[in-house]
Design a binder for this molecule. Structure first.
Ligand code: TRP
Length: 329
């Protein structure tokens, strides 16, 4: 049995790129009997980018409801909120003491901001707080706390897992073989979806299609997909954004029929209507579940509470080992 752990930051509304790229594969994964899955909401990591307490509350419920609506089964996944596992923050401090400052200086996210500051001609540390600087250490604490074997992440997070390994190694050199060394798990064929403007769908590009919005908003969003000015009678390229999205939600037969229409000429408006139909059909049952959880917050609370209890049982054991090793009995 291998233990898989991953954290998801509550920093924005989940979009269909998140669904196909991360949520769907993670849920499929957790359904395999060979794996043990620990999925948590990294709410303390989100503090680096959120401005108000209300934002964190709202994004956390939205994220938890999304995972549950997409099929996460709390009986199969230990599903919890990072802030409900205080052992994380105790381990975080201990790990700070085996983490060279230079290692943090080399972290991509931090370096990127330093470089941006240099370009802008402001001081190197402008806008950088210690939460951002120490972010990789807290992430190492998340991972090492439950003896994770594998950490499913996107390529952008690879360095963070390498850092977690370095930190575990440093700790083990000093105190003996206490912490398990984790490996990143990066799906080779993760779907990257095109957003409204044809670039990669991403919150930072402002080109997302939300996973759960009402039908009208979905329709309006789809209508904003950028198209060219060709006439309705002109054939449309099969690699257009609309068709790429259509294929994710339609049956084989629907795809064939739609591609025929595209090739023989169809107005973009009609193509968008067709996309809305299949997308909305796919999302509707999940949206109902999502709306259910969003209006039954205490059920979500209870699921996360029970998950945290399970996570803490494992966390406690690791922390006991660590405390003993460093001389805090
Ligand atoms: N840094 C991750 C991200 O931005 C989120 C995260 C926090 C995480 N803790 C983690 C991912 C532990 C994997 C394991 O996506």
């Amino acid at each position: 049995m291998k233990r898989y752990l991953t954290g998801i930051k509550p920093t924005g509304i989940p979009h269909i790129g998140n669904y196909f790229g991360a949520i769907k594969p993670a849920i499929e994964f957790s359904n395999s009997a060979d794996n043990e899955a620990y999925y948590f909401i990294a709410d303390y990591h989100a503090l680096t980018s959120l401005q108000t307490g209300k934002e964190l509350v709202d994004y956390t419920y939205e994220l938890a409801s999304t995972w549950l609506a997409c099929g996460l089964d709390p009986n199969k996944v230990v599903f919890y909120k990072q802030s409900d596992v205080p052992e994380t923050f105790e381990l975080n401090w201990i790990l700070c003491n085996v983490t060279p400052k230079g290692l943090m200086n080399r972290a991509h996210a931090y370096k990127a901001i330093v470089e941006k500051n240099a370009e802008a001609g402001v001081t190197a540390d402008e806008g950088i707080n210690m939460g951002l600087y120490n972010y990789p250490i807290l992430m190492a604490a998340d991972i090492l706390l439950v003896d994770s074997d594998y950490v499913p992440v996107g390529l952008d997070q690879k360095q963070h897992i390498e850092i977690a390994r370095d930190i575990a190694h440093n700790f083990n050199i000093k105190y003996g073989n206490i912490l398990k060394s984790p490996m990143e798990h990066i799906e080779k064929e993760v779907a990257t979806l095109e957003g409204l403007d044809g670039r990669k769908m991403s919150k930072s590009y402002g080109n997302i299609i939300p996973l759960f919005c009402d039908e009208k908003t979905l329709q309006k969003t789809i209508n904003r997909i950028v198209t060219d000015s060709s006439l309705p009678t002109d054939p449309k390229p099969l690699d257009c954004t609309i068709n790429k999205l259509y294929k994710l939600f339609a049956t084989e037969e629907e795809i064939k029929a739609f591609e025929k229409r595209l090739s023989s000429g169809i107005g973009w408006g009609d193509a968008k209507k067709a996309l809305f139909e299949v997308m909305n059909r796919f999302i509707t049952p999940m949206r109902e579940k999502y709306n259910y959880y969003m209006s039954h917050r205490s059920e979500v609370d209870e699921i996360l509470r029970a998950g945290a209890e399970k996570a803490r049982r494992v966390a406690r054991k690791t922390l006991d080992r660590v405390r003993k090793a460093i001389g805090c009995k």
